[in-house]
Design a protein around this ligand. Structure first.
Ligand SMILES: [Cu+2]
Length: 139
């Protein structure tokens, strides 16, 4: 966890130190999807996935989403699954807000082994505020 924060700090410093060289490519590197979380760059919140089981395509999976800070910029979290290589999604997940920085996501069905994105969207009264996704290989 500390290593991840350090990584973000370093990326932030590099971006600030070389403002003339910041390009879309740099932005994409900074926002490169992680397997264990996602970074919402607009609201500047890191969301970390903590699996309750070893994720796999054979059963329903569940995880806790831990936000790095509470925020009053959004009042709704949407989560969906997407298999980019095949262009299809999955069954809707269930989302339960535990507290201002924690959500429990259940009924996470990866329908087949392979590459899956977990897409997160933050909304405020139905308006999309920010979005990010995690990207992982599911056995
Ligand atoms: Cu598929």
């Amino acid at each position: 966890m500390k290593a991840l924060w350090l990584l973000f700090s370093v990326l932030g410093l590099v971006a600030c130190a070389n403002p003339d060289y910041v390009s879309d490519d740099d932005q994409q590197v900074q926002n490169k999807p992680m397997a264990d979380g996602a970074y919402f760059s607009k609201v500047r919140i890191l969301a970390k996935i903590s699996w309750e089981n070893t994720p796999n395509s054979e059963q329903a999976n569940a995880f806790i989403l831990n936000l790095s800070a509470p925020s009053d910029q959004f009042n709704e979290l949407a989560v969906s699954l997407w298999m980019p290589s095949m262009g299809h999604g999955s069954i809707p997940v269930k989302i339960e807000k535990i507290n201002p920085t924690q959500y429990r996501i259940t009924d996470v069905y990866f329908l087949m082994p392979g590459d899956w994105d977990i897409r997160f969207t933050l909304k405020n009264n139905g308006v999309v505020i920010d979005s990010a996704y995690a990207s992982m290989i599911v056995p």
